[in-house]
Design a protein around this ligand. Structure first.
Ligand code: HEM
Length: 422
């Protein structure tokens, strides 16, 4: 075997590919550079043209806005005249007045005009609000895509869990003895919350996806009537959810304060992924505490934004919240800069709607997992919220420390005081 001199070797396939890639990279860099130069030339041209129009939008501005790019409107935003005289709408709408006064229309456009309304509240005095387009595109795009996918991913994950882990069974020998887990008021609170949440979830999803998913099935007329009914249901069932939320918070908050057993429980994955592992827990284990706090905190947030939507323009809360977040520096930590606190009344409503839906999607995903474990996923769990009494062996496996406490205070009839080894 003889080695060929390097100078004689033909270019290999890999060499050719690398060379092509290099050429492509150089060409692309060049094009990007040209585009950047072109853009900055275009921007300076646009600025010059804008000056020539006395601040009015240029053709370039309009095209840029149509491409979804940001347009510098500082000059127009500042040129709104004096709201107390020229730009006061009342003084401008006379027969000889400047009905086409550009300052007035700019003042209206940027929410600076002095408009008074005899009815309709804060929302009625904002005549133009272009944030609505951002809201609409987010609601129709990322909200539906990511929200819907989150629920699908959770359903797929639970199916995989069910197929690989199977139902979590009571592993020890059943005792035939029942132990009281939840009283009637606790179960009432839980089912009020649960049933209302399920109705709210379904009616909410219908209002978000209905136009695309149901109009082809029902036709526009029937869908319109159905959508109105769902809106009515959603608005009114919300009260039951809020009452249920208050009830379970008051009844269970003390049982859900984290303790040292929770860390052990979490490190062992709650014993959910392996048979024969039962980390000790009191009345609620760490997994249930997470569910509880998700329900309480996100449920409160969804309720507050829901109230803001139920009473339009009466309960604005985002500007005040952003102000507090800016003051503690939270948005800045995430590199977002200060959040704007100058929000039009409609923007408050748009943010309330988006936040309400985002939080509801997260809750739904978590609750789907909870419903699975509380019903078909775990043998013996449903009884806790059904009859209120559970099999003693189930309680020993999942809430050993709580069983010890009950045994000390008032042991159920026929119970032996042994607790299982971990
Ligand atoms: C058909 C639906 C549901 C079923 C079958 C179900 C079942 C259960 C069961 C069996 C428990 C007691 C677990 C134990 O004994 O340790 C429980 C607790 C609880 N449920 Fe539900 N539930 C459902 C829906 C909901 C919904 C929609 C919510 C809230 C929006 C909710 C919130 C809670 C909370 C906060 C607890 C206490 C913490 C926990 O055990 O995770 N449940 N549920």
């Amino acid at each position: 075997m003889s080695a060929e001199p390097i100078s004689n070797s033909k270019p290999s396939g890999v060499g050719i590919v690398i060379a092509i890639l290099l050429v492509l990279a150089v060409v692309m860099n060049f094009m990007t550079l040209r585009a950047a130069v072109g853009q900055s030339e275009a921007t300076s041209e646009a600025n010059a043209a804008r000056e020539a129009t006395g601040g009015a939008p240029t053709l370039e501005d309009i095209l840029a806005r149509q491409r979804g790019e940001g347009v510098d409107d500082a000059a127009r935003r500042a040129a709104v005249g004096d709201p107390d005289s020229a730009a006061s709408i009342a003084s401008q709408l006379g027969t000889l007045g400047g009905a086409s006064d550009p300052e007035l229309w700019r003042a209206i456009r940027f929410g600076e005009a002095r408009i008074t309304s005899t009815s309709g509240g804060a929302g009625a005095t904002t005549l133009v609000q272009d944030g609505g387009m951002k809201w609409l595109t987010f609601r129709d795009g990322p909200l539906r895509t990511y929200g819907g996918n989150l629920l699908l991913i959770m359903l797929i994950a639970l199916t995989i869990f069910y197929l690989t882990r199977d139902k979590i069974r009571i592993e020890g020998k059943k005792t035939g003895v029942k132990i009281k887990r939840f009283g009637a008021v606790e179960r009432f609170g839980h089912w009020l919350l649960a049933s209302s949440f399920i109705i709210l979830g379904i009616s909410g999803l219908i209002s978000l996806f209905g136009r695309t998913a149901l109009i082809p099935l029902l036709g526009k007329e029937h869908y319109a009537a159905f959508a109105m009914d769902m809106k009515w249901v959603h608005n009114n069932v919300s009260w039951a959810f809020m009452i249920g939320l208050i009830l379970i918070t008051v009844m269970w908050i003390l049982h859900n304060i984290p303790n040292r057993h929770d860390l052990v429980w979490l490190m062992k994955g709650g014993g959910l992924f392996s048979k024969g592992s039962h980390p000790p827990a009191r009345k609620f284990n760490a997994g249930q505490k997470i569910i509880f706090w998700v329900v309480v905190l996100l449920g409160t947030s969804v309720s507050l934004t829901g109230l803001s939507l139920l009473f339009p323009f009466e309960l604005p809360m985002f500007a005040a919240t952003f102000e507090k977040l800016n003051a503690v520096g939270l948005p800045q930590v995430f590199g977002m800069g200060e959040l704007t606190t100058a929000l039009a009344p409609h923007e408050e409503m748009q943010l309330a709607q988006l936040w309400h839906s985002i939080v509801a999607f997260v809750m739904m995903a978590v609750i789907i997992a909870h419903i699975y474990l509380g019903s078909i996923g775990m043998e013996g769990a449903f009884d806790a919220m059904g009859s209120g009494e559970v099999e003693l062996q189930w309680a020993r496996e999942h809430h050993g420390l709580w069983v010890d406490e009950v045994m000390e205070k008032s042991p159920p009839q026929g119970a032996s005081p042994t607790t299982p080894a971990e």
